[in-house]
Design a protein around this ligand. Structure first.
Ligand code: FES
Length: 101
């Protein structure tokens, strides 16, 4: 079901934004290459918030051990990350960003 994330303007140009959904589930929202992306916030390798990491070339680098994931698909890209994280398609409704979950 569709869930409102945040306003598009709330997402910084450089850094991910952590958003807690109404059920308490945390996701990370990214603005990259003129588009918005969203993944689960918690790293699959440990209890790190990916929103505290950094994005480079379409990958989110975890702040704990610098493993990475593709922000489009959630696929692991760099060790020690080996399990994917969930990625959610983002649509824009006016100023609001929405994901299907
Ligand atoms: Fe994310 Fe280890 S907790 S790479």
């Amino acid at each position: 079901m569709p869930q409102i994330l945040c306003k598009a303007d709330d997402v910084p140009a450089e850094d991910p934004l952590r958003v807690e959904l109404s059920d308490g589930h945390a996701v990370a929202v990214y603005r990259w290459d003129g588009q918005f992306f969203c993944t689960d916030d918690v790293c699959s390798h440990g209890d790190a918030s990916l929103a505290e990491g950094y994005v480079e070339d379409g990958e989110i680098f975890c702040p704990f051990h610098l493993g990475s994931f593709c922000i489009k698909t959630g696929a692991p890209r760099k060790a020690p990350c080996s399990e994917p994280i969930k990625a959610y398609p983002v649509t824009q409704d006016g100023q609001m960003l929405v994901i299907e979950r």
